[in-house]
Design a protein around this ligand. Sequence first.
Ligand SMILES: [Zn+2]
Length: 223
Amino acid sequence: MKLQKNSQMTENDYRAAVVRGAQDIFKGHLVEFGEGNVSMRVADQDELFITPTQNDYQSLTSKDIVHIKFDGTLLSKERKPSSEYRLHVAIYQQRPKATCVIHTHSIYASMLSLVKQSIPILFEEALIFLGGEIQVADYVEAGTEQLGIQAEHYMGETNGIIMENHGVVVCGRTMQYTVKNAMLIEKMAKIYWGAKHLGNVHSVDKKYWDKFLKIHKGFFSTY
Ligand SMILES: [Zn+2]
């Protein structure tokens, strides 16, 4: 498995990567106009590139991506950053290996957020890519610093969290795998919802977890 490093990326590379991530979650039906956000941190700097507020995914281009410092200071002048940039910063500050962050309002995960239902280990990939069960963090108002602090805390050693009455946030070492984590949580939420209607859902037996968690720690963990 080869993971792309961001240490040699140019500004254009960062902008292109964020546009690509945004297009992927839009095509994957995880977000609609003006909701959710995608970012990539700048290697060895307290800076990130993030999608703009009032984001129109269909017409988004590299020029719309906003370059900011972790404290919100603008480093590019075309657009204003997503109001949820603090959520992204909280994750970057606590997780040295997190290169990208994606926040979505995907439907099935949002349904689970309303009943505070965490997602158990339904498949091996939940351990490999996400690193464990996906919990639901208690409600905090959107756009606040506290939302980020709490979401990151509830993530524990995993790469994702559902936020009560809101949506999902995930992180990863590359844009490709961060998109994958966002898609995977939504897929599992959907399958879990359906399976619960069919009968008792059971998780992958704990005796098999260690092997998959080792792969997670080696290639995909972000802390
Ligand atoms: Zn949101």
